[in-house]
Write a protein that binds this ligand. Structure first.
Ligand code: NAD
Ligand code: MG
Length: 375
């Protein structure tokens, strides 16, 4: 039995993780958390019967408690509840499918409790990678990537322990605004930004894909996961989303992973690593795809990607400033309070204004986040 604690069960990655657990009899969900969607959460609890659950919103947690008083499931709330789910005794692996820097503390707690991490929550690694990677190493914990590009890179590294990575080819769909010029981004709406051509994902990452901030976060995520320098990571806009990323070795060989765009594969690979099990659903038909194309991203238009390279080059708390400013701006954009390109303006402003800290500890990372929100 693989016993899983699932942070963010009601989201896009969360529900797809549960769909795998539904098919595989040796996966057991022992703990789960959600933000506030207790209608779906209650159904999930009744189906998967975890021993402990947590709802971020305290009032919703109380309401859920009443609704499931016929079950023995323990109901917790807030950050304490999230950490309790992440460190639940029974679990051996934690799937981090929550959004944002909120994931830092539960992820660190889970590593300290000896759990392996199937990591979808990239913002945690972007901001606290310098704390999390050494900690995981010292505790002999595996951080298994769930992000499709990083899973592809991880798969391309198998069997190559002694071979140095020359370069990482990180692919990007380009999102709904691929090919746009700067002035065209001025007038795009929330509805436009939420129309991702190839993937169906949560709202925040969908906006991040449209701005290419997501790819910037992924460059930083790759740096931490695979211990490479930022200038070894090159972004390729690949609108078909078939090559999910690749590794170039010293001899020039490029090894990548292809497949239809389906997040269940990287999730399942992380849960069963290094085994490959049967997977239901559509298979890749290269005759049908016919063409795979690659373009250079335009950093003058998609400034978010340029800011990410600058943030990782400067290091310290700069990736936290970049990420926190983006989280704040995207929340405002999703509320229709700012325009799409205001996201770039807010990131740039925060990177210029917030004090630089060269080697921030956890408190300083969280303080930097607060400082960005106060701007
Ligand atoms: P989502 O918005 O669909 O789901 C987020 C989950 O977090 C939900 O279960 C929600 O209830 C929970 N949540 C929200 N606010 C919370 C709070 N305050 N406290 C606790 N829980 C809270 O997001 P998603 O698209 O599934 O993305 C999850 C993570 O995975 C993100 O970091 C994203 O970048 C990454 N990721 C997602 C995809 C994808 O295909 N969706 C692909 C690669 C990486
Ligand atoms: Mg990705």
């Amino acid at each position: 039995m693989r016993k899983i604690a699932l942070l963010g069960s009601t989201g896009s990655i969360g529900t797809q993780t549960l769909s795998i657990a539904r098919e595989k009899k040796d996966l057991q969900i022992v703990a789960m958390s959600c933000g506030s969607n207790i209608d779906l959460f209650e159904k999930q609890i009744r189906e998967f019967n975890p021993s402990v659950v947590s709802v971020s919103d305290e009032n919703k947690a109380k309401e859920l408690q009443d609704r499931i008083s016929d079950l023995s499931t323990e109901v917790l709330s807030g950050m304490d509840g999230l950490i309790a789910v992440a460190t639940c005794n029974e679990a051996t692996i934690v799937v981090t499918a929550i959004v944002g820097m909120l994931g830092i503390r539960p992820t660190i707690a889970a590593i300290n409790a000896g759990k392996d991490i199937a990591l979808a929550n990239k913002e945690t690694l972007v901001t606290a990678g310098h704390i999390i990677m050494p900690l995981a190493k010292s505790k002999n914990i595996s951080i298994l990537p769930v992000d499709s590009e990083h899973s592809a890179i991880f798969q391309s590294l198998q069997g190559n322990d002694d071979n140095r990575i020359h370069k990482i080819l990180l692919t990007a769909s380009g999102g709904p605004f691929r090919g746009f010029k700067g002035e065209q981004l001025q007038n795009v709406t929330l509805e436009d930004a939420l129309k991702h051509p190839n993937w169906s994902m949560g709202r925040k990452i969908t906006v991040d894909s449209a701005s290419m901030v997501n790819k910037g976060l992924e460059v930083i995520e790759a740096k931490w996961l695979f211990d490479v320098e930022y200038n070894q990571i090159e972004v390729y806009v690949h609108p078909q989303s078939i090559l999910h990323s690749a590794v170039e070795y010293e001899d020039g060989a490029v090894i990548g992973q292809m497949g239809v765009p389906d997040m269940r594969l990287p999730i399942q690979y992380a849960l069963y690593y290094p085994k490959r099990l049967n997977m239901s659903g559509e298979r890749l038909d290269l005759f049908k795809v016919s063409n795979l194309t690659f373009e250079k991203p335009d950093l003058n238009v998609f400034k978010g990607l340029g800011f990410a390279y600058e943030a990782i080059k400067r290091g310290g708390n700069m990736p936290t400033i970049f990420n926190a400013a983006n989280e704040k701006a995207v929340a405002l954009f999703l509320d229709k309070k700012i325009s799409f390109i205001d996201i770039y303006r807010q990131i740039e402003n925060a990177m210029n204004k917030i004090d630089f800290i060269a080697d921030p500890d956890l408190d300083e990372i969280l303080q930097t986040e607060q400082d960005v929100y106060k701007l």
